[in-house]
Write a protein that binds this ligand. Structure first.
Ligand code: ZN
Length: 168
């Protein structure tokens, strides 16, 4: 498994001087370190996870966001047992997001199982940009947490989400 820290550090939970310097210099965060060691523990016993590349991790409220390569996220989407196992080992809700996908695909992943109908970018007069999403689906049944999704989009990709739900 590849992660923001060396695999030896991830296995032992102790940082070498190089990774320690990266952490102090702000190149990596404590969230990256925590997620790397937790995921490495799972990788020890799981071939799929052992091939994962964790690029970074962010904590949003009580949840953990793991930014992984797209093939890794595809494996997780097709294997609920594995994603549930990772969540239970982390002891938190875990979001799996793709590092290299387009913004639209990234947003679709966050909204799943709701459907994203359109994604449009707007520039505000103050120079900030706003991403307007129109989505449909049963918000209540899917337990969709919009404020959380907005925070994750902001934390991972600096996307300011404005969402409208299509009534059907
Ligand atoms: Zn290291």
């Amino acid at each position: 498994m590849k992660s923001p820290i060396c695999s030896f550090d991830a296995k032992t939970g102790v940082l070498c001087s190089k990774c320690e310097a990266k952490l102090r210099g702000g190149d990596i965060s404590q969230d990256d370190v925590d997620a790397s060691t937790k995921l490495a523990r799972i990788a020890d016993r799981n071939q799929d996870v052992n091939k994962f590349t964790l690029l970074r991790s962010v904590r949003v409220d009580g949840d953990v966001v793991l930014v992984l390569r797209s093939p890794d996220v595809s494996i997780l989407r097709g294997n609920n047992t594995l994603s549930e196992k990772i969540e239970s080992d982390f002891g938190q809700k875990v979001w799996f997001v793709e590092s290299e996908s387009s913004d639209r695909r990234f947003i679709e992943g966050l909204f799943n199982p709701l459907r994203v109908l359109s994604v449009n970018l707007f520039w505000l007069p103050d120079g900030n940009k706003l991403t307007k999403v129109i989505a449909s689906g049963n918000v209540a049944r899917s337990r969709f947490d919009l404020p959380k999704v907005q925070k994750i989009a902001k934390a991972v990709r600096n996307i300011e989400l404005f969402v409208e739900f299509e009534q059907r």
